[in-house]
Design a protein around this ligand. Structure first.
Ligand SMILES: [Zn+2]
Length: 323
């Protein structure tokens, strides 16, 4: 018994030694491990480490945030989807040049590049007018807020113009008027339809009366088209306000609008202050205006080219309408 007891004690002592040795080995290893890593990379006890995978090509690609649902969409996906959010169908703005190149199947030329804005009033608000113009040119790569192109929409010859809202809010100055009149004259001469993508804050205050005169000039040009029986279609995109609404944007034979586009003359706040009433949403939205007869149809951007083509083909009495 005594011998057995001693053996047991010896065994247990040995075991303790082995255990101690084992623990010290683990400690040594962990110390060595700590030494290998910097303090920043060392795992913090109690915090679960997450595996980090390298970012994929899609995650590193330049993306744009949807202003409606705040999802991040890659620029490639956005261009492929005509700047419509694939998650919430929000229609994001398109630049004038992109818009026309997307709309026309073939671009034969551009009009109105020879016009350039003057500063007869020497207008200065927070910045001088020429400085604002230079900044807008640098920002957009355009020389004015309206781009005019002519070419083919399937089998139809058309003249198409588009406002660039990034260029001083798509405001209508004398050059915008000049370009629009030139577009209308080209349409009149060739007897081809005119299409206008409107997106504007209104007349350009820096040109004072000269910009207001463009309302009459553009309205007269549209009237000449009407007399000659040349179709003129307006596509209202977000937003269209002021002098542009009060002239060329509301004089079309047909008015199409993109979903949820804001269209009006004065803004909501100005009207509320004038009539002293609170106006309810969706005041001035395209869908509201469709219900009240201002707009003929609200068309999703994916169907816009097809719808416009079909309308123009009908108005031009085309026998062979492409599918
Ligand atoms: Zn969205």
């Amino acid at each position: 018994m005594a011998t057995n007891m001693t053996d047991t004690i010896n065994k247990s002592e040995n075991q303790t030694d082995e255990q101690t040795t084992g623990i010290s080995c683990v400690l040594k290893e962990s110390l060595a491990d700590k030494a290998r890593h910097s303090w920043f990379e060392r795992p913090v006890p109690g915090i679960k480490q997450q595996l980090t995978a390298p970012l994929t090509a899609v995650e590193t690609e330049p993306s744009t945030e949807c202003t409606s649902c705040h999802s991040m969409i890659t620029n490639t996906a956005l261009i492929f989807n005509c700047y419509v959010c694939p998650l919430c169908e929000h229609h994001m703005p398109m630049s004038a040049r992109e818009r026309l190149q997307w709309f026309l199947d073939q671009v034969d030329g551009e009009l109105g590049q020879e016009f350039s804005a003057k500063d007869p009033l020497k207008f200065v608000d927070s910045k001088p007018y020429p400085q604002r113009m230079t900044e807008a040119k640098d920002k957009t790569g355009e020389s004015e807020a309206l781009v005019v192109m002519y070419g083919k929409l399937r089998n139809l010859d058309v003249v198409a113009c588009a406002f660039d809202f990034r260029f001083m809010g798509g405001s209508m100055g004398s050059v915008v008027g000049d370009r629009f009149v030139q577009a209308a004259e080209k349409a009149l001469e060739d007897k081809t339809p005119l299409v206008c993508f409107a997106a504007s804050g209104g007349a350009r205050m820096q040109e004072g009366l000269l910009s207001l005169m463009q309302m009459a000039r553009t309205a007269a040009a549209v009237e000449r088209l009407r007399i000659a029986g040349v179709p003129y279609i307006v596509i209202l995109t977000n937003p269209v306000y002021g002098g542009v609404t009060a002239s060329l944007a509301m004089l079309g034979d047909i008015h199409l609008a993109e979903p949820k586009a804001m269209i009006g003359f004065a803004g909501k706040r100005v009207i509320e202050q004038t009539v002293r009433e609170t106006l309810q949403e969706p005041f001035q939205r395209a869908e509201f205006l469709l219900e009240h007869g201002v707009v003929d149809e609200v068309v999703h951007r994916h169907q816009l080219v097809d719808t416009t083509y079909r309308l123009l083909a009908k108005l031009c009495h085309q026998a062979n309408v492409d599918a």
